[in-house]
Every structure is written in structure tokens, then in C-alpha cells.
Design a protein around this ligand. Sequence first.
Ligand code: SAM
Ligand code: SF4
Length: 324
Amino acid sequence: MLIDGHGRTVNYLRVSVTERCNFRCQYCMPEKPFSWVPRENLLSFEELFLFMKVAIDEGVNKIRITGGEPLLREGLDTFIKMIHDYKPDIDLALTTNAFLLPQTAQRLKDAGLKRLNISLDSLKPEVAQQIAQKDVLEQVLKGIDKALEVGLGVKINMVPLKGINDDEILDIIEYCKERNIKVRFIEYMENAHASKDIEGMHGREILEKVKERHTIKALGREGARPSFNYILDDGYEFGLIDPHKHDFCENCNRIRLTAEGNLIPCLYFDEAMSIAESVKKGDIQGAADVLAQVLKDKPKENRWSEDNPNEENISTRAFYETGG
Ligand code: SAM
Ligand code: SF4
């Protein structure tokens, strides 16, 4: 079992397979970064997998593939199959913007993928375009339909932004309710890479919007999941991911691996240790030692704050590097 320096059990590994993306979401990667990680610095799927096997053997039972946009990385279905074949009962999920799903969903399902989290910030083409800085909505909706058609589990992620898509919170609930899928509203997390022109909504403001049409009841946090769940008067359940809240980190169960092999203990902080050298040499003990050190150093909590979100509480970590 993997236990961190604060006594929390870590059983969840998020693996970013690329930092590249075909969208330019204002809250994540509004402009193409000054330089991408050179392709030769990316770990191969075999190298990533070598570390993942160490983590799985030590107790990781949930893996999420993310990015950047993970569907941009060639051979992703083969990578998913490697993981699935090694441990078929692993909870294997992927986070995607869905743009490439119409042509990839079936292959991902056949490879052993179980679930998808899909980002859907608007149901209006012009607003989706304003956020992603590309005309994306039609293709994203097709991607969601295809994922459901092939039998993948789907959850929707929405990041509400003031004056941009905050009037669509109720519409997104209706869209998800009609398809019997769950939506999680994510508080915008301030970071140095995002557009300076956007303002996120706090959890309580998001809930106020929902209350304009519904009575809601709090259900509580779902185990170690970051999402706090609520139920509507008609029985529909949705989640709120509220990292600005102080109890958010108490049950944190995750670590993150980037495409170039940095093992990151917390989404907020810059600290990381590299497993690249170990996996390139096939040094399993070296990789296990880095994992142990990262767990020991995992911070107690992030520094996003409800009281002062816009000044010193800005993370310098890029979401497109860590995979969110
Ligand atoms: N490209 C994929 C996607 O968009 O779903 C996967 C990577 S993306 C970094 C993972 C998640 O992080 C998405 O749901 C996205 O909405 C969320 N995200 C990115 N930047 C964020 C921010 N500044 N605050 C809150 N959520 C953010
Ligand atoms: Fe790309 Fe996802 Fe970031 Fe949007 S949130 S820019 S889709 S990585």
C-alpha cells in the first residue's frame, strides 16, 4: 500500500501522455506555449508503463490518462491495452475534450478503457468557440454521442466562467440529465498560464445558479474523490469540484506523472521528481525509490484560497502539463 507523509493512502495515478492540445482553452492554454517539450524528451509508452507497473504492484488501482489532449498521442489504444492486459480489473479512465472521439471511441473501448471524463463548457457554438478559441462544439457533441453509443462510461466536466458560460449551468444539467450522465462543475483554478481576462465562479455561486431552478440537498464527498455531491429535487445527482475549500485535500489519494516523466505530488505546486532516468535504464528499484520520496514529500494541501484567490494564490503549474 502507498501511504504519503500525512498518512493518506495513495491509490490513484494520473498519467499525462502529452502536453500538446488541439484546443486553446482560456483557463488552461490560451496560447501555444513558447516551447513544447521536445518529442525526444517524451517517455515512450513502454517507459511510462514500466513505472506504472511499479505503482500498480504497490497498490495503485485507478489510472487516468490525460494531457494536454491525450487523443493526440498516436498509439494510445495500444497503451491502454497494455495497462488493461496487465491488470484487467483496474479502474481505467481517460479525460478528453472529445474532439477526436468520433473516430477513436470504439478502439478505446475495445482496448479496455472503461470511463471517460469529457470537458463540455458550453452548448452554444459561439461560446464554446470563445472558450476553446476554435469552432469545436459540433464535433465534441458527436464525440459524446459516440462514446455513449460504444458503451463507455461518461462524466462531463464544466468550468463555469463569469460572463461567459455562467448562464449555461442549468442547461448543462438538463443536457446531462437527458443522457443519464453526471456533470461535475469545476471551480476555475487560478494559474499563471491562463488568460488574464477570465474570472471563475466559486462553488457557492455555482450552487446559487442551480438553486434558481431546483431545490438541492448536499450528499457529501464521495470517498477520496475531489467532487462534493448534491442531489436535485428530481433525484438527479451532480458534483462540485471545489479546490478552494480547505477540506478538499484531506483525503487526497493521487499523484501525477507527466509525459516526460516528472512525478508530481500536488497539482498546485511546482515540486516534482523525475523517473525518466530510472525507466530509461529499466531500473525498477530506482523508479520505486523516486515514488517513495514523492509520497513522503506530498504537501498537506494546495494554496488555492477562498479568501484571496487572485493574488498570491496563483499556481505556476500548467494544467496542460499535469493533466488537471
Ligand atoms: N484536454 C483534456 C480535457 O480538456 O478534458 C484533458 C486535459 S485538461 C487539462 C483536464 C481537465 O482540467 C479538464 O476538465 C479541464 O476543464 C480542467 N482544467 C484545465 N484548466 C483548468 C483550470 N484552470 N481550472 C479548473 N479546471 C481546469
Ligand atoms: Fe486542451 Fe484540455 Fe487544456 Fe482545453 S483544458 S486547452 S482541451 S488540455
